[in-house]
Design a binder for this molecule. Structure first.
Ligand SMILES: [Zn+2]
Length: 267
């Protein structure tokens, strides 16, 4: 049976919107939807959106790129489907998933300390041909304003590493240090997030440039299919991922401790 959820509906809507740098429908929709619920994101001339809330410590950062590897997503119809006994979303999901999760955090999770949610427009576009990701530019600007996160998490998707399962699977990967990977593994285990697999390897996403500056990693619901084409995500993977993010946000002491240990390891 298909179970509908706001988060899944949000992914479906975002997946079908072209991003076009700076002013495209995807960026406008993120902005409009946040405004409708009373949140006012700031933006720069490159189309990166940033929403900062709360005060004091810990300082957390959640990033999600809204650009696509292909510019025309109209050929990838997105929909909620029944998927091997589970509810899934099929569409071009990199990175409608991360964007929807990031919006969910803004709308539903009260910040403890200072939280910054960022939507970037050039993770895919300038990868490999520019020394800077959009995220690095945004980090430079935030640091200039005095905001240095204790922990930064990139919200993205990744393909199944081993065999596919119809259970929820979320990868925590691209850690800035081994000690952070270990601490997060213990954290997820203690809080009973059994669908989250901590992977000690590096692929390419915004956690890489983030990890050069801060304690950072990426949280990626597993997708099946083509990374840059049609793929499917289990809705339970999305839910597990956002619940884990909420659990992290609700553990300010753990964040500070993880940030300190990671800093020592990166020195
Ligand atoms: Zn991505």
């Amino acid at each position: 049976m298909i179970t509908k959820s706001d988060l899944a509906e949000s992914v479906v809507e975002l997946a079908q919107l072209d991003y076009h740098i700076r002013s495209g429908p995807r960026k406008k929709t993120i902005e409009r939807k946040l405004r409708e619920e009373g949140f006012e994101p700031a933006f720069d001339k490159d189309g990166n959106l940033c929403y900062m809330k709360g005060e004091g410590e810990p300082r957390t950062m959640f990033t999600s790129h809204y650009d696509n590897y292909v510019s025309d997503v109209s050929k990838f119809h997105a929909e909620i489907i029944e998927y091997e006994g589970a509810t899934g979303i099929r569409g071009y999901l990199d990175n409608a998933v991360g964007v929807a999760e990031n919006m969910e955090l803004i709308k539903r999770v009260k910040p403890r300390g200072t939280r910054c949610n960022i939507f970037t427009n050039e993770e895919e576009n300038y990868r490999g041909c520019s020394p800077k990701y959009g995220i690095e530019k945004v980090c430079d600007e935030l640091e200039f304003m005095g905001f240095i996160p204790d922990l930064a998490i990139a919200l993205d998707v990744d393909t199944y590493k081993n065999s596919h399962t119809n259970n929820a699977v979320v990868y925590a990967e691209n850690f800035s240090s081994k000690i952070l990977a270990k601490m997060m593994e213990e954290f997820f285990s203690e809080k009973n997030f059994h669908s989250i697999k901590v992977i000690n390897e590096k692929s390419k996403d915004e956690a890489i440039p983030l990890g050069e500056r801060y304690a950072a990693f990426s949280l990626c619901p597993a997708i099946e299919g083509e990374m840059h084409g049609l793929n499917i995500v289990n809705v339970n993977s999305l839910k597990a991922s956002t619940q884990a993010l909420e659990a992290i946000l609700n553990s300010p002491e753990f964040i500070k401790k993880a940030a300190n240990e990671d800093k020592k390891a990166r020195k």
